[in-house]
Design a binder for this molecule. Sequence first.
Ligand SMILES: Cc1cc2nc3c(=O)[nH]c(=O)nc-3n(C[C@H](O)[C@H](O)[C@H](O)COP(=O)(O)O)c2cc1C
Length: 207
Amino acid sequence: MPRAHIVTVGVTGASGAVYARAVLRILEADPRVGRVFFVASDAALRLLATELRVVAADAKKLPSMILGAAAKKIEYLPNKDIGASIASGSALVDGMVVVPCSAGAMGSIAAGVADDLLTRAADVCLKERRPLVLCLRETPLNRIHLENMLRVHDAGATVMPAMPAFYYGPKTIDDIVEQYAYRVLAQLGLPQQRQYRWKGGPPAKRA
Ligand SMILES: Cc1cc2nc3c(=O)[nH]c(=O)nc-3n(C[C@H](O)[C@H](O)[C@H](O)COP(=O)(O)O)c2cc1C
């Protein structure tokens, strides 16, 4: 039987904390996943408070507060702790997603700056040739952003802007967020049964 997946989820201070919550919820529920490391930048903590109204006096409780239910698999690691397991390529980690990913965090990763746990863990994924998915959330994009997207792509990352699709007819914001999260997890080798799959067919008739 294959070993259970171990995934790192990094959250930065870009808008879109709902995407992080969806990814964490799906990972927590996925029986193929054994463990999730969760690291958030200082700006992410601010965004979690602004967008999800989640503020934790004890950061270790953040995963459960974000989920709104007990997080059994998700372990919070302080971003300042550059000595945490995921800072080393020897730690068992199958891949990492940064969701949402700020332009600043992408810039650090593109430049090889690894001065906190989140950027170090991302750097480790690149050097170990493990999947690294960056859910960039910024618009419009300046030249520096565009160049950094190419740099991280060339270094092995998947740039997956938080850019939802609409061809499957979402009815709610939750539908949009979940379908995006399913596609992110597919990139990490964890395809989800509930991901909408286009079956082809003629264009819809005009009324
Ligand atoms: C309410 C709010 C929304 C923000 N949204 C974005 C965003 O969508 N994309 C982005 O790149 N930065 C955004 N920022 C700015 C980042 O939080 C800021 O650049 C921060 O330094 C990023 O740090 P980090 O990459 O360590 O999380 C936002 C900031 C705030 C306060």
